[in-house]
Design a protein around this ligand. Structure first.
Ligand code: NAD
Length: 354
């Protein structure tokens, strides 16, 4: 199935409305998910709809919830997402942080109890559009762990994303936005649904033996997803767990805490106004010069050119805006079933253009 982004976005929005969300919130969530598809991250795009509908029906995702400011200490703000759509409460928290940074120059924030925040880069980009530099440490809880610690074969954490963003006025910001697992779990799901192998080095089976078969994450006997970058990536994952979960959030993946079929993100973030450091013009000139220097590198064999983080997403956005979004058959069938479960009329299901 290949659909133009506006059609997919409208369909996604209709599904959430049929499941009980307001048109405004449904639209925000649909826009975020389809933007993830457009930016090349199908793992965090429309393929998430079935789990969101499941969680809405199970009462785990609160369709009407808005973010609340749980603690306010000037430059330290703690928000509670109240298990609302991450895409809604996350955006609301960013708006409040952006406003506060204009008077404090820096904000350290906890954004806790959000139903799945989706693509974390979206929040970094929202802040970058306001001229801010941000860092985001996120843990993922509410369900069984999937990621083994470096050197272990059992699951102890999840895909804990890390994101850091540097604004570049009038240009694509530098956006490092990544799972700290070898690959995002959603990418394993997409491979499993499509019957494709995952890249080598990402998974181990139940005996700790490396495998490319995505079924070890979905069928018994279960294996595990490993951390990216060996012990160093694992270290960053631990920090996401401890800062996102224990400092800013309410709980980590340790087994005394809640585990159902929930997807909860807790996020610790820092937002900085580069102007507070002085020399805004020099800062942007230096960033541009360094990015230009990186771009000037002669490509290694097998590479077309050198990019900075955020550019692959920009390229995907241009290509998919022009050519539409491809959704594999199994993921599409899941989305259509979710639409039906939400109570949407079958006539609303879009057909592929001939
Ligand atoms: P990825 O591996 O595709 O990309 C990671 C980063 O590397 C990106 O910033 C990208 O711009 C950069 N990059 C990729 N190729 C590059 C190149 N050739 N040169 C320079 N930079 C390059 O991303 P991922 O780890 O698969 O994560 C996918 C998404 O999943 C992210 O948006 C992340 O926020 C999201 N995620 C969310 C959760 C959650 O619970 N909400 C959990 C895990 C992941």
């Amino acid at each position: 199935m290949r659909l133009p982004a506006p059609i997919l976005e409208q369909f996604a929005s209709q599904i959430f409305q049929a499941a009980g969300a307001t048109p405004e919130k449904s639209q925000l969530v649909a826009q975020h998910l389809v933007e993830a598809n457009l930016k090349g991250h199908d793992s965090h795009g429309a393929g998430m709809i079935p789990s969101y509908v499941h969680n809405l029906k199970a009462g785990l995702l609160k369709a009407d919830a808005d973010v609340t400011l749980a603690r306010d200490n000037g430059a330290v703000m703690v928000f509670d997402g109240q298990f609302g759509f991450g895409q809604v409460v996350g955006r609301q928290a960013m708006n409040a942080i952006i406003e506060r940074v204009s008077s404090t120059g820096v904000v350290c924030a906890g954004v806790r109890n959000c139903h799945h925040l989706g693509r974390i880069g979206a929040y970094g980009e929202q802040c970058a559009a306001a001229g801010l530099v941000t860092l985001h440490f996120v843990n993922v809880v509410g369900h069984d762990p999937q990621v083994s610690p470096w050197g272990g074969r059992e699951r102890r954490m999840t895909t804990n994303p890390f994101c850091a963003v540097v604004p570049r006025p009038g240009k694509t910001p530098v956006v490092l936005d990544m799972a700290t697992s070898a690959i995002a779990l959603g990418k394993v799901r997409v491979a499993y649904n499509a019957g494709n192998p995952v890249p080598e080095g990402a998974l181990v089976d139940h005996e700790g033996v490396p495998t490319t078969d995505a079924k070890v994450m979905y069928e018994e006997p279960f294996g595990a997803l490993g951390p990216f970058g060996g012990h160093k990536g694992y270290g960053l994952a631990v920090l996401c767990e401890l800062l996102g979960g224990a400092l800013a959030g309410e709980w980590t993946a340790q087994p005394e805490n809640h585990r159902s079929h929930h997807i909860v993100n807790h996020m610790f973030m820092v937002a900085v106004d580069p102007a507070a450091f002085g020399g805004l013009e020099k800062f942007h000139a230096e960033v541009d010069a360094m990015v230009g220097y990186l771009h000037s590198t002669t490509p290694a064999r097998g590479f077309d050119r050198v990019r900075v983080p955020g550019e692959p997403e920009q390229e995907a956005l241009e290509e998919r805006t022009a050519n539409g979004i491809h959704i594999d058959d199994s993921s599409w069938a899941g989305i259509v079933r979710a639409a039906e479960r939400a109570g949407l009329d079958a006539a609303a299901v879009p057909r592929e253009a001939p």
